[in-house]
Design a protein around this ligand. Sequence first.
Ligand SMILES: [Zn+2]
Ligand SMILES: [Zn+2]
Length: 146
Amino acid sequence: MDTARQPKFVRMTNQRRVIIEILRSTKEHPTAEWVFERARRQLPNVSLGTIYSNLRILVEQGVARELFTGEARCHYDANVEDHPHFICTQCQSVIDLDITIASTAIADIEIQGHKVTAENLQFFGVCAQCLLQEEKPIEDNGDDHE
Ligand SMILES: [Zn+2]
Ligand SMILES: [Zn+2]
């Protein structure tokens, strides 16, 4: 016990610290590829495989969360609190939802005698951004290349 006092938080390699900082800097729930593109600016020699294995460790340590959205690639979230997501089936955005139905649902489930220990609510549809774009009249005169 004569070593320097260990900080309470999980020990991290420099790589992992860069990766978690990237994840915490965005609300976009990025894929490993997106994290890789950002991480390369600070870690020029990092490989996509290293990003994947570090993301896995961060998930195991409970510092990040994996989101399976039905896409082949999973998304990562630095917010490890239970919170619902909206997934756009057009642009693949993953958006945090600020809604309260989760607690109502949990109460309903526990009335039936079960104990809820985690929630992972996902809603699918078309996001507000994509809907706006759909509403815009598409100018298709055949030759509007200026
Ligand atoms: Zn969208
Ligand atoms: Zn989220």
